[in-house]
Write a protein that binds this ligand. Sequence first.
Ligand code: SF4
Length: 256
Amino acid sequence: MAKRRPRPIDLTVAPDAATAFRRRLHAWFRKHSRDLPWRHTRDPYRILVSELMLQQTQVSRVLDFYRRFLDRFPDLYSLADARPKKVMEAWEGLGYYARARNLHALAKHVTTEQDGVIPSEPIALRELPGVGAYTAGAVASFAYEKRAALVDTNVARVLQRVFAPQLRPKSGPGLKQLWLIAEQLLPRTGKTTWTHNQALMELGALVCTARVPRCGICPVTASCATFPLLEAEAAGADNADAPPARKGKRRAAMTS
Ligand code: SF4
């Protein structure tokens, strides 16, 4: 018997659904976001430093390194002029040293070839050392308030759970489709895109976390396709023949 082809998945987000999701997400972000130093600047150099430091590294670990690094190299030119040894010293302890080498190479390139101006468009940003699709979107939207999408691990998880539980966020095609969803969700203006992208990342970091999604405090349950599935799972577990103490435990992530 011939194998059936998998049905194509429709990943179109209806405009009304996108608007409702954004409204809930942005309102939550305005109330619950963390006060982080890179959210107080639009300086592309500072945004780049923060974004490279945050790759594979938790916010709490980055905070001190970020301040110290910028005290030592306050702008692109001071970094470009530094000796490699000094740059590595400032990065010491943060790990993934290729990031420091890339940042140094980027500073040299931009100061010698581009008059010290970090580009604002994702396509041009991606030409720079160490800048991938996510970092390009982050610099464009956070420094220049461009209407640019971004998808990192946290954002991929949120978008997959909310809009496409059937997708595998870590597969190449799955990730590509999540980028398409991210683009459909973008607000109309660049200024609101800053809030939108920050809010998506914050939700993934604080609420829709990798290990246990904290649906009980999530602002977008009404938009989320995974939420009813988790609720049904929790209800099924409650109805199963389990001792009362364990039933309560299973429901905790859904309600707190
Ligand atoms: S409702 Fe739950 S699964 Fe859905 S986005 Fe919120 S935390 Fe994640």
